[in-house]
Design a protein around this ligand. Structure first.
Ligand code: NDP
Length: 402
């Protein structure tokens, strides 16, 4: 019997649980565990078929081991926070279970966004005959799989990649983040960088911006930031000369972020307050709306894609591959906003690929190393249709000159 254990009942984890519950032919047994039992109970009530739930603190590998021994899953889908990646991977190694996540491990005291720590598990997963799939959300995730698809089907060699992530939605709150606030703000406030001609070029946070044309949305101001899939794609796409990541932020988001930074609220080092050590960013997270609470009345769409340029049969060619996802539609289907939906649906689809044996191997894999076609066929069926369009030379020139 195919059995899945999902850890983390937040915005994206609840999408994974609800989608698994809609695919009982693959996920015969579903268990959802998270730090706060009440959140699991809410998700349990909203699933279309029965799932079981429990409480776990996944910072503690011993608790995860006990949970896995009780539930005996075939795969653990980690939808908690990046801090929990290593304890959950350790628990999978101890109990002999496959692993999948959507975000790289992060040490709490430094924003790194690097796969280094998880790649170091390569031999341990290989020796145990187990598979760990890293970064199976949208970006990283579907975007990386678009690149693998392009490598197989559209190019002889890919030379440049521009990942373009636009949330053109409006949640109506003064300030909120679409996924976990602590991780989102760590990501955006770190120094930016992009990769060109074999080296990383560093820039100050949010110091480079440009207008980018997004499919079905139009031109939107976008900022050059660093994103973790760049690190794995430069390893896995041979011949690559440049990779950049662009993301839209509203004026309002930037204004709030600037003030919060200026007053020290985004700090991740401990501060002594009334004799108690607090991390300002964790306190801020406590005050901000939960990303899972934004779905109601969220309007607009996400438009996330990748432009690739390279060579096919001796001639230069460029393609855009993208998905557009509507907040109101995902709310109607699952009670989720589109950012959690575009994260959770790929994670469920990746777990499905593993349980069906379509994605199988031993060791630690980034998603672009696995067969892209069956995944992309399935993810489209599950609610994330994607499109390929030829980019003409003028369009590419404009983008490349940014
Ligand atoms: P949320 O904050 O909504 O959810 C996180 C959940 O993890 C919460 O339910 C939280 O519990 C739970 N959790 C936290 N610590 C522990 C712990 N020690 N043990 C057990 N459970 C714990 O965040 P999101 O759902 O928005 O994001 C989830 C993950 O998805 C993040 O790692 C994020 O980086 C990643 N992500 C990936 C994307 C991609 O495209 N690849 C895009 C968006 C997100 P509690 O409710 O008690 O706080």
């Amino acid at each position: 019997m195919n059995s899945v254990l999902i850890i983390g009942a937040g915005a994206a984890g609840s999408v994974v649980a609800k989608k698994c519950a809609m695919n009982r032919d693959v996920f015969a047994k579903i268990h959802l565990a998270s730090r706060t039992l009440e959140k699991c109970l809410v998700v349990q009530r909203e699933c279309v078929s029965p799932i079981t739930v429990s409480q776990v603190d996944a910072d503690d590998a011993a608790q995860v081991i006990r949970l896995i021994e009780e539930q005996r899953p075939d795969v653990v889908v980690n939808m908690a926070l990046p801090y929990q990646d290593l304890p959950i991977m350790d628990a999978c190694l101890t109990t002999g279970v496959h692993y999948l996540d959507t975000a790289n491990y992060e040490p709490r005291d430094e924003a790194k966004f690097s796969y280094t720590w998880q790649w170091a598990y390569q031999d341990r997963f290989k020796d145990r005959g187990l598979m760990a799939v890293l970064g199976c959300g949208f970006d990283p995730g579907v975007i990386s799989i678009f690149c693998a698809y392009a490598q197989n089907n559209l190019f002889d060699e890919i030379h440049t990649i521009d990942i373009m992530d636009c949330n053109d939605g409006s949640h109506g709150k003064a300030f909120a983040t679409n996924f976990n606030p602590e991780i989102n703000i760590r990501e955006v406030t770190q120094r930016g960088k992009y990769w060109k001609d074999g080296q990383w070029i560093e820039i100050d946070p949010l110091s480079v911006s440009a207008m980018i044309e997004y499919p079905e949305v139009g031109p939107r101001k976008s900022y050059l930031i660093y994103h973790e899939e760049e690190e794995s794609l430069i390893e896995n796409i041979p011949g690559l000369r440049q990779i950049r990541f662009w993301m839209t932020f509203s004026e309002n988001y930037i204004k709030h972020l600037e003030v919060l930074q200026n007053v020290g609220m985004t700090r991740i080092d401990p501060v002594l307050y009334n004799g108690v050590e607090i991390i300002p960013l964790q306190f801020l997270k406590h005050l901000l709306p939960e990303p899972s609470s934004l779905a109601e009345n969220y309007t607009g769409r996400t438009s996330i894609g990748v432009v690739l340029r390279g060579i096919k049969e001796g001639a230069p060619v460029s393609f855009l591959i993208y998905n557009v996802c509507d907040h109101a539609e995902t709310n109607r289907e699952l009670g989720a906003q589109a950012v959690s939906y575009t994260t959770g649906v790929p994670a469920m689809t990746g777990a499905m690929m593993m349980l069906k044996g379509i994605w199988m191997g031993t060791g630690v894999f980034n998603v672009e190393q696995l067969p892209p076609e069956p995944f992309l066929e399935e993810v489209a069926r599950q609610g994330l249709p994607w499109h390929v369009r030829r980019f003409d030379d003028r369009e590419f020139q404009e983008l490349n000159e940014l």
